[in-house]
Design a protein around this ligand. Structure first.
Ligand SMILES: Nc1ncnc2c1ncn2[C@@H]1O[C@H](COP(=O)(O)OS(=O)(=O)O)[C@@H](OP(=O)(O)O)[C@H]1O
Ligand SMILES: [Mg+2]
Length: 375
């Protein structure tokens, strides 16, 4: 019952990654549940109409700062979703103040997560600097951290599923993946005792992680309350589902029709004989569900012209693969993380499956139906 330890390849990167993602989840939970939950005016619309909140900027600042501290600023290249422009406007003083307060409150808990915080609280310019440093564009050479501070921001704002996603790419390959899922519970063992509420048997939130080539993905509980993170820790190996009969399979897809064509995926589902209603879930929790065997298929077919970003997939893909699953584009080719910020050359969409049989069926159905679709 122990997680991958620091003797493992990428041991230090994995350990620091898990620690900072745990800390980031704690930050997000406080914001999502607490009195400081973002008010509507603190949910800002970006140029692509997607929302951004204090949580997105605070997580990015905190993780960027911690990675620099742990590996040396000059060695760290981070490709991440947010920039600091909006926060730097004169009109954003109170927004920046909220971010700075949230970052410092979180960094003050560093010791509980086995990390070292700053000697004195960070100022506004240091926080802006930490966010802006994550402007790397990645590429085929060297090491690049890839961060989606809050993936599924809509889910976060609505009190639903979201993740903190951190990955490390080395020479174009995803080598470490960490997914923090604050609202995706771990089911504890069922207890045959009527005095115990079943709802008390669920532990809130989990963190999944892996390193490439380990052949194993792991899941641990989210640190709750005043708890501390132990490492190597008590974690469980997760494995994809063994179901390969389409009749029994569950498929998941994005909640928003704007992000994936629901009627096209329904057509694919019909062709391969999937019977269950789709599980519509915000964020990379869809990859998490495949990795731990709660669903068998994840399909995403974005509108023509939309370019998928590496931070929306990197951590989820490696965790699914190491848990025994298959992830490709809709043409059946591996996703290419070596081309910078975007998954360049992506063919039609993304298909993640628990095994090769289901995967072959879905890809076959895409080839058989694409020309008659309006995508
Ligand atoms: N037009 C369009 N098409 C496809 N994908 C888009 C599009 N616009 C945005 N995005 C990206 O989708 C991320 C959310 O994807 P999800 O799978 O979680 O979708 S959904 O929220 O469940 O509908 C979302 O991630 P976050 O911004 O981190 O929430 C975006 O990066
Ligand atoms: Mg995202």
């Amino acid at each position: 019952m122990e997680g991958v330890d620091s003797n493992h390849m990428y041991g230090k990167e994995l350990e620091v990654g898990v620690r900072v993602v745990q800390m980031a989840c704690s930050l997000c939970q406080k914001l999502q549940k607490g009195s400081v939950r973002p008010s509507p005016e603190q949910v800002i619309s970006k140029d692509d109409d997607s929302p951004v909140t204090v949580a997105d900027w605070s997580v990015q600042a905190m993780i960027s700062w911690m990675l620099s501290e742990s590996f040396g600023r000059e060695n760290v290249s981070v490709v991440a979703e947010e920039d600091a422009q909006t926060l730097s406007y004169n009109t954003s003083t109170s927004l920046l103040a909220s971010v700075v307060a949230t970052v410092n409150e979180t960094l003050a808990m560093s010791a509980r997560f086995g990390l070292k915080g700053p000697a004195t609280p960070l100022g506004g310019s240091e926080v802006l600097d930490a966010i802006s440093r994550c402007n790397s564009t990645g590429g085929p050479v060297g090491r690049h951290w890839v961060l989606d501070p809050v993936d599924g921001t809509l889910g976060f704002v609505r009190g639903d599923q979201y993740v903190v996603a951190l990955a490390l790419i080395e020479n174009g390959q995803v080598v470490v993946g960490v997914l923090g899922c604050p609202n995706y519970s771990i089911k504890k063992k069922l207890v045959n005792d009527s005095s115990v509420l079943q709802s008390d048997l669920w532990q809130e939130g989990c963190v999944m992680y892996t390193s490439k080539g380990s052949g194993q993905s792991w899941m641990q509980q989210l640190v709750q309350g005043d708890g501390s993170l132990e490492w190597p820790n008590s974690a469980s190996i997760i494995r994809v589902s063994s179901i390969d009969n389409p009749v029994m399979a569950t498929f998941c897809e994005p909640v928003e029709k704007a992000n994936s064509n629901h009627s096209y995926s329904a057509g694919i589902a019909h062709r391969v004989g999937l019977r269950k209603q789709p599980l519509r879930v915000y964020s990379m929790v869809k990859y998490a569900a495949i990795a731990r065997g709660d669903a068998e298929i994840y399909m995403k077919f974005a509108k023509a012209g939309y370019k998928e970003k590496i931070w929306d997939h990197a951590a989820g893909v490696v965790i699914v693969e190491e848990a025994g699953g298959v992830v490709t584009d809709a043409g059946g080719r591996p996703l290419d993380f070596s081309k910078g910020v975007y998954l360049e050359g992506l063919d039609r969409g993304i298909v993640a499956c628990s095994g090769v049989n289901l995967h072959e069926k879905i890809i076959g159905a895409v080839y058989a139906s694409w020309d008659s679709s309006d995508l």
